[in-house]
Design a protein around this ligand. Structure first.
Ligand code: PHE
Ligand code: ZN
Length: 882
């Protein structure tokens, strides 16, 4: 274990800053390798801080050129500067001005934090602690200032200059090739929301009238020549703005809203005030280059960043422990938006699939942590599925418990009270406690206690009394630092379904008008009266809480739900549960009667014949089996990924064979001839058609190859082209290699499309894949410096290819370790992300577990690891319940 482990930051140690900064004036003279930044800070002692404290400003690789206090150049003896900090031991105990001149090199900034260059353009990324790479600062979110930014550059190099807020002045600098722009943001903000951009960019724009009648100019900046690919994002932005006005009464508050797409970005996008910066993958789309999933992601992320303007920017976080305050809430808001724009049940299923694949996985791993962590070594490692996705589930549960009207009233009160402040989770909950008069202290445990609760449900029918009782118990497994757990407050949305499918009008005690029962003890029960016949219970409708559920229902009973539950989520869930039972047994080598599989496939066929075409998007989800990683998670220990792969293939073949005609009918009846449209209904038809193709190929490789080949040749959009190529990649042989080569040739100049090509190949479940991935790293389109490239090739191999990443010979692990170490020297955040693919190593069978541990120890033992990678490696190796 490393001994120089970074210092631990603890929530309980929070104290207000000793100094505040009211105004920041930045003068940035852009230069490829020597950008000059002059920061003028209006500082004053914080009345809530310590009276005699030194002034300690944060820095990160900063190079100080000059320093003045109230205009007087400071002599060396009055301050101490290092790349990491600037300290003035005896600062004035009254308001004063500090002028700091620093020099930075954006070209060699491969960490993509602070000021850096992407395709020659200048841009910034400051969340969480990147502003300190631009100048010395009190780089913490509770220090909020009003910023004025002057940007200067060669006009030739950077004709476009953008900053936060509104443009106040711009012009040429006479006699030089340089020009400048001055931006002013009237809203006080933390430094992490600062941004600037300079470069050669194309632009699309439209104007938007807010609900109070103000005109706002919306603009998206992209690589010149790709303007038409930003139309969908611009439309999504407009719809997001309208939605936030209607759903939450929130209006935009500046004269312009700018979005810039860049090709090198560590995350999805960033909500800088009035100047969002996006990974171009979440802006650019055309039918020829983007899939339906890409369109849906663009819509969701555009909305997410826009919604941050209120949940994150107007109300920001007191400290980084409160990250879920902005992220969980904003994910909830973007999910609600997408649900309103698309199909709510279909979107809910997609949300839950991601939650289980990412958050449940994390919660069961050595990296498990509460939604509001109590401590961290590196905050960048806490932009996790737990903070984002489980954070959103908590907000949704709150809404379920108090109802939509009180939820809206609570949100309004929260915004009203906390506007312009840096708030906490307590401030958020207090608003809801106040409007409802409820005590939310037990509910608040969701923020503090890690781990996924398991709820066990047993039903008992009393024929004579015509009552039906549901007994619930809950238990949460130990997680790192939390060996014992308390019961959670779990909303259970439930209902009863008659076996013949008819509605059952039974009323349960302690079930509210919305059909929700609150399970807040270790065990409890609900009794329904007036139940005419033995029902099938439908619990956790709409996935009303982020828990795992054990049901004492037979497969037969579950298949009743698939056909008859009024709750679409549980119809889907029922099929998944049955499939999962069969897949787990098959994977473990437990004998599975042919009849059990046949019962399942015929129920699926009946569903397809009767219901599928009414909602193709739903049907596509219902006929898709749980993924290999989901099955591994369900098995939980001594996992053999090869056996899981075989089991899943076996099941797919059976379904394909049993439903051959129906699937072929879908292929015909869902074929579309008109122009491509990314709307949810059209996307749903394509999804069912392509899910059918996958099952047909599993049933009959020859047929699959013929159908996929035909679709590949004639596809009129990327969704269909990629889906057919994906099926072809599962079928070894010439056809596959030829199709891959054609695709490569066609999209040679489209990096984002080649990413898909990398991903498909990295996911091939065959022995040769690791060699293929290594070969592809030499491909001219690949770059170890570009996060999208690395994630689509290396990240996909580790995350999507269960069998080949977890090879018994350990070569998959060693490969990943090599890449993590290589990337760590360039971009620690990216390296740390890749390393999290080891997080479930402990559930592998013994040989693989040993190999994974070896690779992890090799990483952990290296000197000079970044704090990001050092932290993930150390936590991954920690004893689970230590
Ligand atoms: N705050 C961004 C979001 O969720 C994510 C992000 C975090 C981006 C850190 C960059 C760096 O919208
Ligand atoms: Zn966010």
């Amino acid at each position: 274990m490393r001994t120089d482990i970074a210092q631990i930051v603890r929530l309980e140690d929070y104290r207000p800053s000793d100094f505040l900064i009211d105004r920041v004036e930045l003068d940035v003279r852009l230069h490829p390798t020597a950008t000059r930044v002059t920061a003028t800070l209006a500082l004053r002692p914080n009345p809530e801080g310590r009276a005699d404290a030194p002034l300690v400003l944060d820095g990160d690789e900063v190079n100080l050129k000059a320093l003045a206090l109230d205009g007087r150049s400071l002599p060396g003896g009055e301050f101490e500067a290092s790349p990491q900090s600037l300290t003035i031991a005896q600062p004035p105990r009254r308001p004063f001005t500090l002028t700091i001149e620093t020099e930075i090199d954006p070209t060699s900034n491969t960490k993509l934090m602070g000021l850096y260059r992407s395709s020659g353009n200048y841009c910034t990324q400051c969340e969480a602690e990147g502003f300190r790479r631009i100048t010395y600062f009190l780089d913490r979110p509770d220090v909020m200032a009003v910023y004025t930014t002057r940007i200067e550059a060669e006009r030739e190099e950077a004709p476009v200059l953008l900053g936060n807020g509104n443009l106040v002045e711009a012009g040429a600098i006479e006699g030089t090739g340089r020009h400048y722009a001055v931006w002013h943001d009237p809203h006080p903000k933390p430094s992490y929301l600062f941004a600037l951009v300079g470069g050669r960019l194309g632009r699309v724009a439209k104007s938007f009238t807010t609900m109070s009648g103000r005109e706002v100019e919306l603009a998206i900046y992209v690589e010149p020549g790709k303007e038409d690919r930003a139309d969908y994002a611009l439309d999504a932005l407009e719809r997001s703005m309208r939605w936030d006005e209607q759903a939450f009464g929130r209006e935009y508050d500046l004269d312009v809203f700018n979005i810039v797409a860049v090709s090198d970005f560590n995350m999805g996008a960033m909500e800088n005030k009035g100047l969002n910066i996006f990974n171009d993958k979440y802006v650019l789309a055309s039918p020829e280059t983007a899939t339906d999933a890409d369109y849906a992601n663009i819509e969701a992320i555009i909305a997410h960043e826009y919604f941050h303007n209120w949940s994150g920017n107007r109300v920001t976080c007191r400290d980084w422990f409160q990250l879920c305050l902005k992220e969980g809430l904003t994910v909830f808001r973007d999910q609600e938006f997408s649900s309103d724009e698309r199909s709510r049940p279909v979107h809910r299923i997609a949300e839950v699939k991601t939650l289980r694949a990412r958050q449940f996985l994390e919660d069961a791993s050595p990296l498990a942590h509460p939604v509001r962590p109590a401590q961290y070594r590196e905050i960048n490692n806490f932009y996790t599925a737990t903070v984002y996705e489980k954070g959103a589930e908590i907000v949704r549960m709150l809404k379920t418990l108090i109802g939509p009207e009180d939820f809206r009233r609570g949100m309004d009160l929260y915004y009203e009270r906390c506007d312009g402040t840096a708030a906490t989770v307590e401030d958020f909950l207090d608003a809801f406690a106040e409007v409802t008069g409820r005590d939310l202290s037990h509910f608040a445990r969701w923020y503090a206690q890690a781990g996924t609760p398991r709820v066990t449900v047993k039903g008992t029918y009393d024929e004579a009394a015509r009552t039906y009782r549901l007994d619930f118990t809950q238990e949460t497994p130990a997680t790192p630092g939390q060996p014992t757990k308390e019961p959670m407050a779990i909303p259970v949305a439930l209902g009863l379904v008659a076996r013949d499918g008819s509605a059952l009008d039974a009323s349960g005690d302690r079930v509210n008008a919305q059909g929700v029962f609150l399970l807040d003890k270790a065990s409890d029960s609900v009794t329904f009266t007036g139940v005419a016949s033995r029902p099938v219970p439908s619990v956790f409708r709409g996935f009303s809480a982020p828990v795992k559920v054990s049901l004492d229902l037979t497969n037969e009973e579950l298949l009743v739900l698939l056909r008859h539950d009024s709750d679409a989520f549980n119809r889907w869930q029922a099929a998944q549960t049955v499939a999962m039972r069969l897949l787990v047994d098959l994977s473990k080598g437990t004998s599975v009667p042919d009849a059990a599989i046949a019962d399942f496939t015929s129920a699926l066929r009946a569903f397809m014949e009767a219901d599928a075409l009414q909602d193709p998007a739903f049907a596509a989800l219902a006929i898709t089996l749980p993924g290999e990683a989901d099955i591994a998670q369900e098995i939980g220990a001594d996992v053999d990924p090869d056996a899981i792969h075989r089991a899943r293939r076996h099941m797919r073949r059976h379904i394909g064979q049993a439903c051959l005609e129906t699937l072929q009918d879908f292929r015909r009846s869902l074929a579309e001839t008109g122009a491509y449209s990314p709307d949810a209904a059209s996307a749903g038809r394509r999804a069912l058609r392509n899910a059918s193709l996958d099952l047909l190929a599993a049933a009959d490789a020859e047929l699959g190859e013929a159908l996929a080949g035909e679709q590949f040749a004639s596809a009129g959009n990327m969704t269909d082209r990629l889906a057919s190529l994906s099926v072809l990649t599962t079928l070894p042989g010439d056809a596959r290699e030829k199709a891959l080569a054609q695709f490569e040739e066609r999209y040679r100049h489209e990096p984002l499309v080649l990413d898909k090509w990398f991903t498909l190949q990295a996911a091939i479940p065959e022995d040769g894949t690791l060699e293929r991935v290594k070969r592809l790293m030499q491909h001219p389109a690949f770059s170890i410096n570009n996060p999208n490239r690395v994630r689509s090739l290396v990240g996909s191999f580790a995350m999507l290819n269960q069998m080949q990443f977890n090879r018994a010979d350990g070569s998959g692990y060693e490969f990943l370790a090599d890449i993590v170490l290589r990337v760590d020297a360039l971009n620690p955040q990216l390296a740390a992300r890749l390393l999290t693919s080891f997080s479930s190593w402990r559930m592998m069978e013994k040989t693989r577990r040993g190999k994974a541990e070896q690779a992890l120890r090799r990483i952990a033992g290296k000197p000079n690891l970044s704090r990001d990678v050092g932290d993930i490696a150390a936590r991954s190796l920690e004893e689970q319940n230590a």
